[in-house]
Design a protein around this ligand. Structure first.
Ligand SMILES: [Fe+2]
Length: 309
């Protein structure tokens, strides 16, 4: 329940804000909540300043930007990714071929669902890192004939719809995420249920656990979003396990609401950039006996900034 009602009159509101004017790219919102498709851009070529500025504006506004028919090389994929920032590897995600700075999400037709992360809830990738990823740039090489979509939930809208009292409670709160147990937990599973994980990485043990603000501020726009999710969650700082779990379950439940979502149907050469700070995502595992192969880069983010920083 919300205790505040925003009265919106006039103009087009999408993803919670007035629809910006785009002059150099075509932008089609996917839903009223988040996500847009961008056309008129060829990612094989460097982008002009004016196109780049609008692509970044769309990224900040919609959280998820989708480009279709982008038959690009890994080097072109990386070059486009660097417009968003510095690329990083991840401790757990398998790399793509010889590209240490690319990851792949691959499930062969005859493999079980579990070889790729099948988080049953919306999540953020690697929130346990001191500087969790800013965004993921993912492209489809091979897609199922049907199914295997990726869904997103807008963390700005979830935050903005909270009551004032809940916002106040959360604004000073920190959340601890840990990735220290990923490998040990995987080993405990029967072989047919194990994730495909990296067996070596350069990260130290310290870098696999962090405390971050629950309410996160976009350093470019000042907009606030909720940064609380079950994956890798340990506790809220100063709260007992029991209290932490009750609050987390409530917050996680909010992200499931359909009016915060968009859902992307992959086609070969679809490329998506999603903001890993202000949207949550999940794959939809409804593609039994179908191959799905996605490759991605990960851009390192800022150390999360809270409202009181
Ligand atoms: Fe993920």
């Amino acid at each position: 329940m919300t205790t505040t009602t925003q009265i919106r009159t006039g103009g087009t509101i999408v993803a919670g804000l007035p629809f910006p004017e785009f002059r150099h790219i075509a932008v089609q919102p996917m839903t009223g909540a988040c996500g847009c498709e961008i056309s008129g851009v060829d990612l094989r070529e460097p982008l002009s300043d004016s196109v780049l500025e609008e692509v970044m504006q769309a990224f900040n506004h919609f959280g998820v930007i989708v480009f279709r028919h982008q038959d690009i090389t890994p080097e072109q994929h990386k070059a486009f990714s660097r417009y968003f920032g510095e690329l990083t590897e991840l401790p757990q995600a398998p790399t793509y071929g010889n590209h240490e700075d690319m990851q792949e999400v691959r499930r062969e037709a005859d493999e079980p669902d579990s070889v790729v992360p099948s988080f049953e809830t919306f999540h953020v990738d690697s929130p346990f890192l001191p500087r969790p990823p800013k965004c993921i740039i993912m492209r489809a090489l091979d897609v199922p004939r049907f199914g295997g979509d990726t869904a997103f939930s807008n963390a700005y809208l979830v935050y903005e719809d909270l009551s004032d009292a809940m916002k106040e409670l959360l604004e000073g709160l920190q959340v601890v995420y840990s990735g220290k147990h990923i490998w040990a937990n995987n080993e405990k599973l029967p072989p047919e249920r194990r994730l495909r994980l990296r067996d070596h990485h350069q990260f130290t043990e310290d870098q696999l656990e962090s405390a971050h603000p629950v309410v996160r501020v976009n350093p470019e726009t000042g907009r606030k979003g909720l940064f609380a999710t079950t994956s890798y969650f340990q506790r809220f700082v100063g709260w007992s396990q029991e209290e932490s779990r009750v609050l987390l379950d409530h917050l996680q439940g909010l992200f499931q609401r359909l009016h915060y979502h968009c859902r992307v149907k992959w086609e070969k050469d679809t490329l998506i950039v999603w903001d890993n700070r202000f949207t949550l995502h999940r794959g939809v595992h409804d593609y039994a006996n179908e191959r799905r192969h996605l490759i991605r880069t990960t851009v390192i983010g800022e150390r999360p900034i809270g409202p009181k920083d």
